[in-house]
Design a protein around this ligand. Structure first.
Ligand code: FES
Ligand code: FES
Length: 135
């Protein structure tokens, strides 16, 4: 089987799909490898800095849908600072793996999450370190 059960599940029943009208941070990124795009919305509790809600939209492939869906589950209820640390490899691991040729799809989810957090930080004047991660 090329795809794990978890990947199939998140592809067929993606969690947290949609738009968020009152988002506190929005990240939109494109995948240089395939041209697919992804938008991620986060709602943040200003007191605790915890992500209370997440939504995503993508024109990406099945693997992009599955990884974004899993990424939203991993960051919901977590502090924004932790979401910024989320790596595509952690998402892929949580999905029990992806075929090597689809790994680049998971980068879209990671980058969209980070872009949404950065947007939140920018809008609230919060300084952050922004290191590029090696793929
Ligand atoms: Fe573009 Fe998967 S092929 S995100
Ligand atoms: Fe390409 Fe990590 S996603 S090796």
């Amino acid at each position: 089987m090329l795809y794990s059960e978890k990947v199939m599940d998140h592809f067929q029943n993606p969690r947290n799909v949609g738009k968020m009208e009152d988002a506190d941070g929005i990240g939109e990124v494109g995948n240089a490898k395939c041209g697919d795009i992804m938008r991620m919305y986060i709602k943040v509790d200003p007191e605790t800095q915890v992500i209370t809600d997440v939504k995503f939209n993508t024109f990406g492939c099945g693997s992009a849908i599955a990884t974004s869906s899993m990424a939203t589950e991993l960051i919901k209820g977590k502090p924004v600072s932790e979401a910024l640390e989320l790596s595509n490899h952690a998402v892929v691991e949580a999905l029990d793996g992806l075929p090597p040729q689809k790994l680049h799809c998971s980068v879209l989810a990671e980058e969209a999450v980070r872009a949404a957090v950065r947007d939140y930080y920018d809008k609230n004047g919060i300084a952050y370190g922004d290191e590029l991660r090696e793929c």
